[in-house]
Design a binder for this molecule. Structure first.
Ligand SMILES: [Zn+2]
Length: 173
């Protein structure tokens, strides 16, 4: 699977003096000088004093696209987990999928920018992408707790993408 590198940020997300940046972690930080109370026009999350929060109360002005929605729109995950296919994964597919969704829901409720992007079932395994690294670490920990196996996590500077790989012990033999 190829990540998309040539998407341009939406014009609303660009400051007049900023060049479009590659998809590093920094380019998805909250933009500077966003007034508190500004909402994301995609998901409704509200920027409040440095953080994006879910806010169910009042209607706010929705002028921006939050970093999580930008990642989704631009197909630029913050983290990627590869679940190595094996007999165990085949046999426990439904449980693993339920775990992914359950963990994602729990994390997203607390942290507006931590969301599940996609679960791609492929011939050799399953690729899970997220908009935040906390969610990926949480999913990894839950997998180990419930299904055991092995997890490796790798972060390369300049790549801007946290990569993790989970495999059940059977597939490593
Ligand atoms: Zn949003």
């Amino acid at each position: 699977m190829n990540r998309v590198h040539d998407n341009k940020p939406t014009s609303a997300a660009l400051r007049r003096d900023k060049q479009p940046q590659p998809h590093t972690g920094d380019s998805y930080r909250a933009p500077l000088r966003v007034p508190s109370g500004t909402g994301c026009r995609e998901c409704g999350a509200v920027y409040d004093n440095g953080r994006w929060l879910w806010c169910a109360t009042t209607r706010r002005t929705s002028q921006l696209v939050c970093p999580a929605c930008r990642r989704i729109l631009e197909h630029a995950p913050a983290a990627e987990l590869w679940l190595q296919g094996c007999g165990y994964l085949d046999a426990h597919r439904d449980e693993v999928l339920a775990l992914l969704h359950h963990q994602a829901q729990g994390e997203q409720e607390r942290h507006a920018l931590e969301r599940l992007m996609r679960i791609d079932e492929q011939a050799g395994g399953m690729k899970v992408t997220t908009t935040g690294t906390h969610l990926l670490r949480r999913i990894g920990a839950a997998l180990l707790r419930t299904h055991h196996g092995r997890l490796s996590i790798e972060y390369r500077d300049g790549d801007g993408l946290l990569r993790a790989r989970w495999s059940h012990a059977d597939s490593d033999v």
